[in-house]
Write a protein that binds this ligand. Structure first.
Ligand SMILES: Cc1cc2nc3c(=O)[nH]c(=O)nc-3n(C[C@H](O)[C@H](O)[C@H](O)COP(=O)(O)OP(=O)(O)OC[C@H]3O[C@@H](n4cnc5c(N)ncnc54)[C@H](O)[C@@H]3O)c2cc1C
Length: 502
C-alpha cells in the first residue's frame, strides 16, 4: 500500500467518507479510506436519524433507497426548532415520491454504505489515526499510527494519493493539519443526548417544548430496542460538554420536561450536544478537500449535518472523477466550493436560528417562538422552510462553462441547475422507465427527445462517462422541465440539470 499511488485518499469512514468513496469508485478511480476506529469498535452510533427528501432522492438515484425503506420509518412531517407547527413534507407529493423524512439510525446508513463500498472495491484501512499531511505538486502523502489490537506497540502508516479528502468529522485532523480556518461562534447551550430503554411506554415520535425544557425522542427500528433521546433543560444548559452524563441525571431531566418517570435503563452513548456553530471559508487547498462535518459544525437541529454531507460527497465525487480521468480541467474542482460552501453556510445560519427557538426561555425569545410558530401556519411559509430543510432548495444555476461540450449550450434560466425530477419516461424501445434507472452508475445522463431530433445520431457528450437515453415521451412529473424547445438534455451525475441542445 505504501508504494501505491491512489487516485483519492479519504480520511474518515463516517457516512460522508463512505458515500464519497462509492461515488469515486463509480467513476473508476482507485480509492483508499483510512479510519481511526478499529473494526472491533464497529459502527454502532444512532447519532443522526433524520434522512431528508433530497438525500432520499440521491439514494434512489444510486439504487440504495430500497435498503433504507426496508427498516426506516416514514414521517410526512418533521419539526423546525421544536415548534408546535411542523414542517409538512407531504406537500412535495406532486413532484417526488420522496415526500417524507425517513427515520433511520446513522449506523444503518453507514452499514449500507460500507456494504456498497466493499462491493465497489474501495480499499479500507481501519485502526489508523492520521496525524499529518504532506502535500506536493503532484500528490498528497498522509502519515498516521496504528495501535496493535492488544494495546501493544504502535506502528507507523503512510499512504499517497493524487488527492486527499478530509471527511474526518468535526474535530478534523486534516482541517487542522492543513491550515483551514474554522471561524464561528462557541457553544452557549448544551443538552443531553443518548439511547436508553424505557420502562414506561412513550408516544413516538415525542417532540415537545415547554417551560421546563425540550425533548425529542424517537423509537428507531434497532435490535437493542432502545429509544433515541435528546433532552434540554435550562438548568443544565451551561454544563460543559466534557462533563459525563449519568443515567440518573438523564432520567431526571426527561421527567422534568415530560412530567413522567420513564424509568430509563440500559443506557448507551450518553453524551451532550451543543450549539457551537462554525464553517470553513474554503473547501479546497490545492489537492486537499474537506467534506461533511469536517467543514461545518452546528446544532443538530432538524437533522441536517449528515444530509448536507451526503450532498457534498455527491457533488465532489463526479468532479474528482472527471478531472482525474482527464475529461475536465482542474478548475472544475473549484466549483465544489462555489456550489457547496454557500449551502453549508446556509445550514449553519438556519440551525443557528433554530438554536434560538430550541433554547428559548425568556420573554423575548418565547415571543420569537410564538411569531415563527404562527408564520409556519401560512402554507407558503411552511413550504419555503421545508424546501430549505429538505435539500430541495439546492440548485446550481451557474454554467460550468469549463466543461461545456461542443454543440451544447446553457439551459434556459427557469431550469438551469435545478434538481432533476425522477420522472417516468417512455424510452425508445417502448419500455417505461424512471430517470433513476439511468442514474445508478453515476454517469451523465443524456436524454434525447426523439420527436425533436430529426434522425440525429447519438453522440455521447462525455465519452465513457455518459448514459445516452432515447426518450419517446415524458410520462409523468414536471414534463416541461424535460422538454421546452430542447432536443437533448444533459443531467449531471449528481442529479442536476446541466446543459441543453436545441
Ligand atoms: C445528537 C446528534 C444528532 C444528530 N442528528 C442528525 C440527524 O438527524 N440528521 C443529520 O443529517 N445529522 C444529524 N447529526 C449530525 C451527523 O451525525 C453528522 O453530520 C454526521 O455524522 C457527519 O458525518 P461525517 O462522515 O462527516 O463525520 P463523522 O460521522 O464524524 O465521521 C468521521 C470519521 O472520521 C474518523 N476520524 C476522525 N479523525 C480521524 C483521524 N485523524 N484519522 C482517521 N480517522 C479519523 C472518525 O473515527 C469517524 O469515523 C446529529 C449529530 C448529533 C451529535
Amino acid at each position: 500500500m505504501e508504494n501505491q499511488l491512489y487516485d483519492v485518499i479519504i480520511v474518515g469512514r463516517g457516512p460522508v467518507g463512505l458515500f464519497l468513496a462509492c461515488e469515486l469508485r463509480l467513476t473508476g478511480l482507485s480509492v483508499l479510506v483510512v479510519e481511526r476506529r478499529s473494526s472491533s469498535e464497529g459502527v454502532a452510533e444512532t447519532r443522526a436519524f433524520v434522512v431528508h427528501c433530497r438525500t432520499l432522492e440521491i439514494l434512489a438515484f444510486r439504487g440504495l433507497l430500497g435498503k433504507f425503506l426496508q427498516e426506516g420509518t416514514k414521517s410526512p412531517w418533521w419539526h423546525y426548532g421544536v415548534l408546535d407547527t411542523r414542517l409538512d413534507f407531504s406537500r412535495f407529493g406532486h413532484e417526488t415520491k420522496q415526500n417524507f423524512v425517513l427515520l433511520s439510525p446513522q449506523f444503518r446508513t453507514e452499514e449500507i454504505f460500507l456494504e456498497r463500498a466493499k462491493e465497489l472495491g474501495v480499499d479500507i484501512v481501519l485502526g489508523i489515526r492520521v496525524e499529518s499531511v504532506e502535500p506536493s505538486t503532484t500528490s498528497v502523502t498522509i502519515y498516521g499510527t496504528s495501535s496493535s489490537p492488544d494495546g501493544g506497540a504502535r506502528s507507523s502508516f503512510k499512504a499517497r494519493g493524487k488527492y486527499l479528502v478530509g471527511a474526518d468529522g468535526v474535530r478534523s485532523t486534516i482541517r487542522k493539519a492543513t491550515g483551514f480556518e474554522f471561524p464561528g461562534t462557541p457553544a452557549t447551550h448544551t443538552g443531553l443526548t443518548g439511547e436508553a430503554t424505557l420502562g414506561v411506554p412513550m408516544p413516538y415520535p415525542y417532540i415537545a417544548k415547554n417551560e421546563a425544557g425540550l425533548v425529542i425522542a424517537v423509537q428507531l427500528n434497532i435490535p437493542s430496542g432502545r429509544a433515541r433521546l435528546n433532552v434540554f433543560t435550562p438548568a443544565r444548559a451551561n454544563v460543559p460538554d466534557s462533563t459525563p452524563v449519568t443515567l440518573e441525571d438523564f432520567n431526571e431531566a426527561l421527567q422534568e420536561v415530560t412530567g413522567v418517570d420513564y424509568k430509563l435503563s440500559n443506557p448507551c452513548m450518553l453524551g451532550r450536544f451543543n450549539n457551537e456553530a462554525r464553517c470553513v471559508d474554503t473547501y479546497r487547498k490545492g489537492r486537499i478537500f474537506l467534506a461533511g462535518d469536517a467543514g461545518h459544525q452546528h446544532l443538530p437541529a432538524g437533522g441536517q449535518g449528515l444530509n448536507v454531507g451526503i450532498q457534498e460527497a455527491t457533488n465532489l465525487g463526479w468532479k474528482l472523477g472527471a478531472v482525474i480521468r482527464g475529461y475536465a480541467p482542474d478548475s472544475l474542482l473549484d466549483t465544489y466550493e462555489t456550489e457547496r460552501l454557500p449551502i453549508a453556510q446556509g445550514v449553519v445560519q438556519s440551525t443557528t436560528a433554530q438554536s434560538v427557538l430550541f433554547f428559548a426561555h425568556s420573554g423575548p425569545e418565547l415571543a420569537i417562538r410564538s411569531v415563527v410558530n404562527t408564520l409556519l401556519k401560512i402554507p407558503t411559509a411552511n413550504h419555503d422552510i421545508a424546501v430549505g430543510v429538505s435539500g430541495f432548495g439546492v440548485s446550481y444555476p451557474k454554467l460550468l462553462d469549463m466543461i461545456l461540450p461542443a454543440g451544447w449550450e446553457a439551459l434556459p434560466e427557469a431550469i438551469a441547475g435545478k434538481r432533476a425530477l425522477d420522472v417516468k419516461l417512455r424510452v425508445g424501445n417502448g419500455e417505461e422507465k424512471q430517470l433513476s434507472d439511468y442514474m445508478r452508475g453515476g454517469k451523465w445522463v443524456q436524454l434525447r427527445f426523439l420527436d425533436k431530433l430529426a434522425g440525429r445520431p447519438p453522440l455521447p457528450a462525455f465519452e465513457g462517462a455518459t448514459e445516452v437515453v432515447d426518450v419517446a415521451e415524458v410520462l409523468e412529473g414536471k414534463g416541461s422541465m424535460y422538454r421546452g424547445a430542447l432536443s437533448e438534455l444533459l443531467i449531471r451525475p449528481d442529479g442536476y440539470l446541466g446543459f441543453g441542445k436545441r
